[in-house]
Ligand binder design. Structure first.
Ligand SMILES: CC(C)(COP(=O)(O)OP(=O)(O)OC[C@H]1O[C@@H](n2cnc3c(N)ncnc32)[C@H](O)[C@@H]1OP(=O)(O)O)[C@@H](O)C(=O)NCCC(=O)NCCS
Length: 181
């Protein structure tokens, strides 16, 4: 069983960080986490706050997909509280060897190397547990921090979808990136 499994523990400055698989008890933290990103209006697709019911459904499905080896997800538990999450979802059929990555961290814990570490550890897990060979992602062209993070993590830009996102009537281009493992 992978639920809650600890992958690594480290001390980052004053923070004690546990990188691990999520568990059901993370529910309150993950709900706060996602809604803090929505409120902050960061460059993610979600632009409406998540309800308790919606988050319960999300977490239940995520834990099931992890156990079925259809997804990898790791959280960063910082000083006892989950403040970041990375997902790699396995493709289906002819895209079984591909994983699609998404990541976010609460504002207060950014810029300390936690994002880079989460990506590295999640990719290792995806190679092992999902047999992933290629990781794909897309990122808003304005999201310079995420673009830097992905480049530093070995992703290469392979395309752009002009006006690929429309939030509250405002278009953004989406950049497609890929990493061959
Ligand atoms: C994008 C995000 C996950 C990065 O995580 P992070 O933990 O802050 O990033 P790290 O500290 O690991 O830094 C990794 C690299 O990102 C870049 N980076 C980090 N903070 C940066 C900043 N303020 N300005 C520019 N580049 C920055 C750097 O290249 C850094 O590498 P370096 O430290 O070796 O120079 C985080 O900022 C976040 O959650 N943002 C909001 C949600 C989001 O945009 N998610 C991605 C959607 S595609």
């Amino acid at each position: 069983m992978l639920t809650g499994k600890v992958i690594e523990e480290s001390k980052i400055g004053n923070y004690s960080v546990i990188f691990r698989y999520p568990k059901f008890e993370d529910f309150e933290d993950t709900l706060k986490y996602i809604n803090s990103l929505v409120e902050e209006r960061v460059y993610i697709d979600m632009h409406k706050k998540m309800s308790k019911k919606g988050e319960l459904k999300f977490l239940t499905l995520l834990l099931r997909n992890i156990e079925n080896r259809e997804a990898v997800s790791l959280v960063a538990e910082v000083n006892g509280k989950v403040g970041g999450l990375v997902n790699i979802n396995k493709g289906v059929h002819a895209e079984n060897h591909i994983g699609n990555l998404g990541i976010g961290l609460e504002k207060g814990i950014r810029g300390k190397g936690i994002g880079k570490k989460l990506i590295k550890l999640a990719i290792n897990e995806a190679k092992k547990n999902l047999k992933t060979e290629i990781v794909e992602l897309d990122v808003y062209a304005e999201n310079k921090v995420a673009l830097n993070l992905y480049k530093k993590s070995g992703f290469k830009k392979v395309g752009i979808v002009k006006k690929g996102s429309k939030k509250n009537g405002k278009y953004s281009d989406r950049i497609l990136m890929v990493k061959y493992l």
